[in-house]
Write a protein that binds this ligand. Structure first.
Ligand SMILES: [Mn+2]
Length: 341
């Protein structure tokens, strides 16, 4: 793990004022969990800090302590802009490229405050940060925050709220401790459990809080939209705005849908093409084992991410996006077919 660059910032962080924590747009449990984790940690030292993000939190993260204090750019752009421009430090969490913070990117770039990155995505843009606390083998950014806290911030007690945020991030990014695991992940999780966190509530909120319509949407996808290509060990589906409308989707309702593709025996690659309200096509990739779906995302769909979970985009129609994907797929046939699971 690369930690050396952060050492000169440890003490200044503890006495910082007007610190801003920025995470990626369309935030998930790790983005918010790790951001609130840093917030709660630094507040112990009297640091005045704010978490800012482009768009609103999905409903299932509203249970997180202090989530109501996250400031949403789309609701209050001027406030977020002011906070960033007057920040003495900018902490970035859970993304490796600054464009992942969306509309906040220009303000973050304009600021003269030192930028510190906490992240576990491959290939961080080192040139955009003064310090980087990064480990691609960590299950989540939240796991990294836990290590960071236990390395440098041991003079303050662990609180239940803090542990709840960190555990939520870890549970999210590991799919409830199914992947991206290493021994340390469980050691940290075990420590968090000792802090009296509401484990059952966290699991219920993250994994078992779907609306009835979301379950019906899942049924529609599996019955009518899922395509299976056994010769490529690939399954994919698409959803247009029009198709989703009858299910009255809430923000976050398509989250995790793509994982159903991998439930099919032998499937190595799963893809979800999703038309967004702004007409762009967002594409989610999931893969099993050594097959690196982020290679497809970064080479062909202007995206990236983790080896087994990544995303990209396509400018055009859903049909064109699928056609393009199907044209690219044969390049990966040998890899997909030869992979042992
Ligand atoms: Mn993450």
């Amino acid at each position: 793990m690369n930690t050396a660059s952060i050492l000169p910032f440890i003490e200044p962080l503890k006495s910082a004022s007007n610190l801003v924590i920025v995470t990626h747009k369309n935030p998930d449990g790790d983005a918010i969990g790790s951001s609130l984790g840093i917030l709660l940690l630094l507040e112990k030292y009297g640091v005045k800090a704010h978490v800012v993000v482009e768009d609103e939190l999905p409903y299932f993260l509203h249970f997180l302590p202090r989530s109501q204090d996250v400031i949403i750019y789309n609701s209050d752009p001027r406030r977020v802009q002011e906070l960033i421009s007057s920040a003495s430090f900018i902490i970035c969490t859970d993304f490796s490229q600054l464009n992942r913070c969306g509309k906040l990117e220009p303000f973050v770039r304009q600021s003269s405050a030192p930028r510190i990155l906490f992240d576990h995505h491959p290939e961080p843009d080192l040139a955009s940060f003064q310090a980087v606390y990064h480990d691609v083998t960590a299950s989540s950014t939240s796991e990294l925050i836990a290590i960071f806290a236990s390395s440098f911030f041991t003079d303050v007690p662990i609180t239940t709220d803090w542990a709840t945020c960190i555990y939520t991030g870890m549970v999210t990014d590991t799919g409830c401790f199914r992947f991206s695991l290493r021994p340390q992940t469980f050691q940290i999780a075990a420590n968090l459990l000792q802090s009296n966190i509401p484990v059952q509530q966290i699991i219920t909120q993250i994994f078992d809080s779907y609306s009835f319509q979301r379950i019906q949407l899942t049924g529609f996808v599996l019955q009518n939209k899922l395509r299976y290509l056994p010769e490529y060990r690939t399954a994919y589906f698409s959803l247009s705005e029009t198709e989703m409308m009858p299910f009255n989707p809430r923000r976050g309702d398509t989250e995790g849908l793509v994982n159903h593709t991998l439930s099919i025996e032998g499937v190595v690659l799963g893809v979800f093409f999703n038309q967004k309200p702004d007409d762009t096509i967002r594409i989610s990739f999931r893969s099993k084992g050594a097959f690196a779906c982020n290679d497809i995302a970064s080479k062909f769909f202007n995206g990236g991410g983790h080896r087994n979970a990544s995303g990209g985009q396509y400018a055009g129609t859903i049909e064109e996006a699928i056609e393009y994907f199907l044209k690219v797929l044969p390049q990966y046939k040998d890899q997909l077919i030869s992979l042992s699971l």
